[in-house]
Design a protein around this ligand. Structure first.
Ligand SMILES: N[C@@H](CCC(=O)N[C@@H](CS)C(=O)NCC(=O)O)C(=O)O
Length: 231
């Protein structure tokens, strides 16, 4: 069976596990402590990062982009009949998503209002691009069929939903098409299936305690809140 080596709140891992879940490919998962990486992991992981995937042939793959392409090559794409141009566009939009994983993590980790607002502005730029690109006529990013773009953005959309539920702050505020897309992606159930049972707890411990998102007394007046302009 395929094995994924993971850190519980890593968005790069979640992109891979969401792709496996979407295709119903069985896998086992082992979690490691990134502050104390085991030697066996360092021995097989060229970049020292998760995710790594150990294939059924015992080959260790690394870098989430490469792993996603391997899953498509080995198990077939989510959608049939995609042209080469469209596939290039799909990869580019996916890259725009994964490039923002760490931007979102940094934004959520902000300790004070000024830092949070500055990082939020930068992070929301990507969502403004998405809002322009979405037709508003289909469930998912391109159509009513789930694609690799949806999978690439799923970790971001999932985290944004948790932040909104906990703090009321909505990274997608004022972006109705992006909000509808977020709901459609979450409604697939893949976000929950692609993380550990205690994901919300671990995520909250890390990002929603001692950060501006929870400690900021004036978070309500920061940018938008779901109860104000996004109501
Ligand atoms: N470019 C890598 C990034 C993966 C990554 O940043 N993983 C983080 C956890 S979310 C990690 O392993 N950090 C530990 C480290 O860099 O030492 C990929 O796409 O797989």
């Amino acid at each position: 069976m395929i094995k994924i080596v993971s850190f519980k709140i890593c968005p790069f891992v979640q992109r891979v596990t969401a792709a496996l879940e979407a295709k119903k490919i069985p896998y086992e998962i082992e979690y490691i402590d990134l502050n104390n990486k085991p030697q066996w992991f360092l021995d097989v992981s060229p970049n020292g990062q998760v995710p790594i995937m150990i294939t059924t042939n015992g080959v260790t793959l690394f870098e989430s982009d490469a792993i996603i392409e391997y899953i498509d090559d080995e198990h077939g794409p989510l959608e049939q009949g995609v042209t080469n141009e469209q596939r290039a566009l799909d990869r580019a939009w996916s890259y725009l998503g994964s490039k923002n994983y760490l931007t979102q993590c940094g934004t959520m980790s902000s300790k004070d209002k000024a830092t949070f607002e500055q990082r939020t502005d930068k992070f929301q730029t990507a969502f403004h691009k998405v809002e322009k690109q979405l037709s508003g006529q289909s469930k998912f990013f391109k159509s009513d069929t789930l694609s690799n773009i949806d999978i690439a953005w799923l970790p971001i959309l999932h985290r944004a939903a948790i932040v909104k539920a906990h703090s009321g702050f909505d990274f997608l505020c004022g972006l109705p098409k992006a909000q509808a897309w977020q709901q459609a992606v979450l409604a697939t159930g893949l976000a929950d299936k692609s993380v550990a049972a205690d994901f919300n707890e671990k995520f909250s411990d890390f990002y929603l305690s001692n950060t501006y998102l929870t400690e900021g007394k004036d978070i309500q007046s920061t940018a938008c809140r779901s109860t104000s302009c996004c109501g």
